[in-house]
Design a protein around this ligand. Sequence first.
Ligand code: TRP
Length: 372
Amino acid sequence: MGKIILTGDRPTGKLHLGHYVGSLRRRVELQNSGEFEKIFIMIADAQALTDNADNPDKVRQNIIEVALDYLSCGLDPERATLFIQSQVPELCELAFYYMNLVTVARLQRNPTVKAEIQMRGFSDSGADEEGVQRPGIPVGFFTYPISQASDITAFKATTVPAGEDQEPMIEQTREIVHKFNSVYGPVLVEPEILLPDNAACLRLPGTDGKAKMSKSLGNCIYLSDTAEELKKKVMGMYTDPDHLRVEDPGKVEGNTVFTYLDAFCRPEHFTRYLPDYATLDDLKAHYRRGGLGDVKVKKFLIAVLNEELEPIRERRKFYEARIEEVYEILHEGSRRAREAAARTLDEVRGAMRINYFDDRQFIEEQAQRFRQ
Ligand code: TRP
């Protein structure tokens, strides 16, 4: 059987370089490799609503932002099905059945959900230890790993390119598949996560050196940033706070500029922009010895990033002039995704013995039973 990709993003904001090195860039490579029979890329609006119930317009506005990010990065609607989660209602149906296969305790152990509950200040008792009122945990939010299992399995995905924060979701999906198949018969496929292959890509820090790019911290470089915005952000980036004078020896570990170079820089960039060095290791060695200023390294990073982002900006301009077409791409993609999910749902209903009306033999047997 051919390999199938499903992955996606919540439309709660524009996508940034963290998304790009964590998953987007890989998706485009995989698409172009021709190794996959089908590729589904989903804008997870229903999942975004699990903790944005009071903010539907934010989700609505960001769907087009994410779609533009996808298309600008080189996802090609001819080769990848781009769709919107809420437009495939089969996913809800599947999640409803999976809920019977997962315990509350298992959901409570999901480390990503745990961390997100912390981050959002939710509390299951309605208050924290000091008695301060906290918003309760929405049930839909608590159960979103189950919904994510249905996203993946509805398309019989074998491969989920994603960041490491998605690992617990894939693990939980595999458990659900295993349980479903052993109870109802072999219908579903156990997926595998495809993580970025380098540590810098696994978790790209924010421009301020904090662990993660996040909109609320204001430390993101967006794929849609102009060359001027990019320059300003890189020039203001966190480096080694003890590297005060050019002559001082500098630290490369935890130095955001070097982490970004780990994620983006290739040997040919040196030939083009910094021919005094052959490799990133040479540049790092000089920085460690002292005598290499931050500005020089930052200017190099700007050149490297612009080389990667310029074709993305060009494609964005193209699609920004064709917004109606972009919605048409999503509409058509959602129709195709729905067809694929509906095929799996037919099999699921059959295996679960809830396909009463398309089972002639079953109806005849029942008739027999009552005639006797
Ligand atoms: N949880 C992902 C995110 O936060 C979005 C998502 C929803 C997803 N369903 C998925 C990712 C299925 C991979 C596979 O961005």
